[in-house]
Design a protein around this ligand. Sequence first.
Ligand SMILES: [Fe+2]
Ligand SMILES: [Fe+2]
Length: 463
Amino acid sequence: MRLTKDAINLLQQMPNKETITELLKKSNKPFLTKDDVMEAIKFLSIQKIEKVQEEKIESYYAENISHKIEIIEESDVSGKSRSRGTVEDFISYFNDRFSKIKNIFLKRGISDVITTKDIKNYDRKDVGIICFVYDIRQSSKGNTIIEFEDEYGTGLGIIVKENLDKLPSVIQDDIILIKGRVINDMIIIKEIEFPDISLYENNLNIEEDFYIAYLSDIHVGSKKFLEKNFNYFIEWLTKSEEGKKVAYMVIAGDIVDGIGIYPKQEDELIIKDIDKQYETFNELAKKIPEWIKIIAIPGNHDAVRRAEPQPSLNKKHCSSSIIYASNPVYVKIHSVLHLVYHGTSMDSIIAKIPKLNYDNPALCMQELLKRRHLSPFYGDNLVVPEKKDYLVIETVPHVFHTGHLHKNAYKKYRNCLLINSGTFQDRTDYQIQLGHVPTPGIVPIFNPKRNVIKEVNTFAKVS
Ligand SMILES: [Fe+2]
Ligand SMILES: [Fe+2]
């Protein structure tokens, strides 16, 4: 274990440094900062409060609230998939994506927006065009040429090399607003805008004092599934003061580890039968207090089609105490609108956008919101060309919840709270090979009334 200088200084000041060191060892991180030490101190102090309160708590607050949970029906693909994957299906899919995102721009009241068929009529004039980026290349003079298309045709834009650093970088398939001057049927690009989300606060007005717990990537069936930690979390929900205020649980996919998801996966499995994996999870879930309403969506390890949008789990794998929905889905919990998405596309986002990496899931989520699409780049992440594009972020949620990266992250981006919930799967050999450092056993809980997020770290109690 290696610590930064300020981490060592802080640790040395603490009277219980041995206990803190023990906890830090369990984090499995090769390199620890002052923030990690702070985290451990904070966590240990929460444990103390819990012990005192555990003895005197009788009434369960979450039990007394009247639950309000609603799946937004039109966002759920379950039972509605009609795509046959024909060329026509793809055309209507991309047309739907384009018109929805174009509308997001137009709703802002942008003037002077033309289409590709009008470019020739606007010579030497300033215009704006909402378009798909079809191709990006460098000219021999070092300028950047963007080939774009809209519903009428194609066009060319140039970013002169002196302006390149001043403009946001774009990627093939991005839908953007280009502003610039038409010169000889080409647009000299001066500005580029993404559809993005509003800067303004989206105030929540919640009366009830409750928490929502966010989980994902439980991976039941994997040898690395942390069953003890999962059970401790359920115990925490049942016995601790704060745990008893948890009224909802949202599970963003990868409930089980699945079968045949990657080569030689069977070597990593303790349960090699998919039905048994779900049975085991459902048995564990039975122990979750009944006043917690649970909603679960599938992820890329679950037993539904791999391409997105994924329908909800097959009935035979469901538990009667859980509400199932598609991936992605919009869910309203009281007045808090959630967009729940497993996050499989984040692998392709990380591969395409240079500033992103596996250590910072919130930045990946931010890029999705900026593009108002959950899988903006066609190719690596499989999508089904449904008649309508379920992956467009048409409505900005209060909370955007993802998983898949096995790393906890929270961020307020503009008017949206981003939560990437962690995992209950310990670091796998594959993750070691890739150098990914997950954060297993940590569950975020959010109180919308008080607007606070807390982490429940299950590692302090589990040896
Ligand atoms: Fe996962
Ligand atoms: Fe996943």
